[in-house]
Design a protein around this ligand. Structure first.
Ligand SMILES: C[S@@+](CC[C@H](N)C(=O)[O-])C[C@H]1O[C@@H](n2cnc3c(N)ncnc32)[C@H](O)[C@@H]1O
Length: 228
């Protein structure tokens, strides 16, 4: 999503989703927290947090010190209205307003693929994490490994190999990779039942109709560790 272009996630349909705008909801958030083995009080930041549903969950259910960052001032505002004492900051993932080595964990749930410069986001994540800090991602991916990054689609969706390369280039080692595509199917079916079509969803993700068939859209969960 380019700076200055309209943020389609500010649409009321998405802003009012109670367990966030992502396949798997809190089930996958719980799985990320378990895989990362965060200790009570661990400092974590959720990048592309929307209205902060995950920040609230990690704080209240997980006992973590959780902060959220989102590009949208409107979504941050809505999150703070819903729960006054949530720590939500309006900022871009490409320029995080935090000190070096100040977090034990970083999450990005269904947000990386809509960010304009993933390399810069990973560099920032690496900078703010302590050595050995954990990165938990859930997102769309292209299951067809023959696709080439940037060539096969108009969105920021990558194949596993492309993602692994960018992570390595930015000082991360992959610890866990799981295909969670069944949650994508469930999410899309539920969305169609509630809203009549999934067009708004694909539009938000920057996906053209023809793209879906070309690169076999899937959903993954990935845990990586910052190399010391
Ligand atoms: C699919 S929504 C996911 C929101 C949230 N993670 C959830 O699960 O409900 C993607 C979010 O990424 C945010 N976003 C897009 N580009 C961003 C950027 N460069 N930096 C920070 N947030 C961004 C959008 O405003 C939106 O809230």
């Amino acid at each position: 999503m380019g700076q200055g272009s309209p943020n389609l996630f500010e649409n009321n349909i998405f802003a009012n989703m109670r367990s966030g705008v992502r396949p798997g909801g809190f089930m996958l958030t719980k799985r990320i927290a378990a895989c990362c083995n965060f200790q009570h009080g661990a400092r974590v930041v959720d990048i592309g947090c929307g209205t902060g549903t995950t920040v609230e969950y990690l704080r209240d259910v997980g006992g973590l010190y959780a902060i959220g960052v989102d590009l949208s001032a409107l979504l941050v505002e809505q999150g703070k209205k819903r729960t006054g004492d949530l720590q939500l900051i309006q900022s871009s993932g490409e320029e995080l307003p935090f000190d070096d080595h100040s977090f034990d964990g970083v999450l990005a749930e269904c947000s990386l693929s809509v960010m304009s410069d993933v390399g810069r986001v990973f560099a920032e994540m690496n900078r703010i994490l302590v050595p050995g800090g954990k990165l938990g991602i859930t997102d769309l991916y292209a299951r067809d490994r023959s696709c080439n990054f940037g060539a096969c689609n108009s969105s920021g969706i990558m194949t596993y190999n492309e993602m692994a390369q960018v992570l390595r280039d930015h000082g991360f080692k992959i610890m866990v990779f799981e295909d969670q595509s069944r949650f994508l199917k469930e999410f899309v079916v539920k969305f169609i039942m509630e809203h009549g079509s999934a067009e708004e969803l694909w539009q938000c993700a920057g996906i053209e109709k023809s793209d879906k068939k070309t690169y076999k859209l899937g959903y993954y969960l990935l845990i990586a560790e910052k190399c010391s």
